[in-house]
Design a binder for this molecule. Structure first.
Ligand SMILES: [Zn+2]
Length: 304
């Protein structure tokens, strides 16, 4: 069995979080409050980016079940959303438009079950998605520290073939998936530059999107990402992205395995655009002073 965890209740891949049952309870409360406030009418302004890691029945706090994933995607289709990858979202931003009814999809870390279980659903519905790869993990020279037994990842052969097929587009996520905030300048720059170079060599095209591991970044990391020539970078800070926002610090919202239908609707509809209370404090204590919250300009606080 894959998906064994070294530390139960935390999600190192996406940074500090609450124990899963507590988080699910808090999420549900916020979703219910959204339902009351909005009467179930989604806020369709801007572009929300939803991110997943795995689509699998494994017992893993990063795995959404294939059944639930399919239901979520079918809900987006039914409600008339256009589902794009990050490149598609950035094209819209660069044209200074954020049409209503657009959602962007991301998968982090390159797990094989995304190809097996998510891809057929996306293909069937005509959706696109971005997959962020740590190149060393795909090489087999680095591994994710939070797994005792790491679930299978896509191979380079599969990555190249899938990237050419058009539904999934692969982008950079460092080489070894470190906490960039803890690295010296040279190592941090290497992780950012080398993942772009390595991926471009494999894919034979320009790679211009980057994902900060666990969403951990500060001014220094943002600067290195800009210097490396990326057009766009994503964080794990929640919020809606609007034209004119910071393209090197886009907001995303994670879909969790325990998210129910209402939670998913609320996340898509703007009910979870702000961080959990005390999240910033917790992350700063755990990851150090550089772990700063999102620049306020790209977050729209929903009305009370
Ligand atoms: Zn990651």
């Amino acid at each position: 069995m894959s998906g064994a965890w070294t530390r139960k209740g935390s999600i190192p891949g996406v940074g500090a979080t609450l124990p899963a049952p507590v988080k699910a309870g808090v999420t549900w409360t916020r979703s219910a409050w959204w339902l009351v406030r909005s009467r179930g009418r989604p806020d369709r302004s801007g572009i929300r980016i939803l991110f997943y890691h795995r689509v699998s029945d494994d017992h893993d706090p990063l795995a959404v079940s294939p059944r639930r994933f399919k239901e979520q995607m079918e809900l987006l289709a039914r409600e008339g959303y256009e589902v794009v990858d990050l490149a598609g979202a950035v094209d819209l931003f660069e044209r200074e438009v954020a049409p209503p009814d657009v959602v962007a999809l991301n998968f982090d870390d390159g797990f094989r079950d995304v190809g097996e279980n998510a891809l057929p659903v996306l293909e069937h519905l005509g959706f696109k998605a971005t997959v962020f790869l740590p190149t060393g993990a795909i090489d087999g020279t680095a591994r994710f520290a939070w797994y005792e037994e790491q679930p299978p990842l896509l191979s380079w052969e599969e990555v190249v073939e899938l990237d050419g097929a058009g539904t999934l587009r692969f982008e950079a996520h460092t080489v070894t998936h470190p906490n960039l905030l803890l690295l010296d300048d040279e190592s941090a720059r290497y992780e950012i530059v080398e993942s772009k170079r390595g991926l471009e060599e494999r894919l034979g095209r320009t790679v211009d999107a980057f994902c900060y591991p666990a969403g951990l970044f500060g001014e220094r990391e943002r600067k290195f990402v800009a210097e490396a020539g990326y057009r766009v970078a994503v964080t794990c800070e929640p919020g809606v992205n609007m034209p004119g926002g910071d393209l090197l610090a886009l907001c995303r919202r994670q879909i969790d395995p325990r998210d129910r239908r209402l939670d998913f609707r609320a996340k898509v509809g703007g009910g979870h655009d702000t961080p959990l209370p005390l999240r910033g404090v917790y992350r700063r204590l755990r990851y150090g002073e550089g772990s700063k919250p999102q620049p306020a300009a790209t977050i729209l606080t929903p009305g009370r």
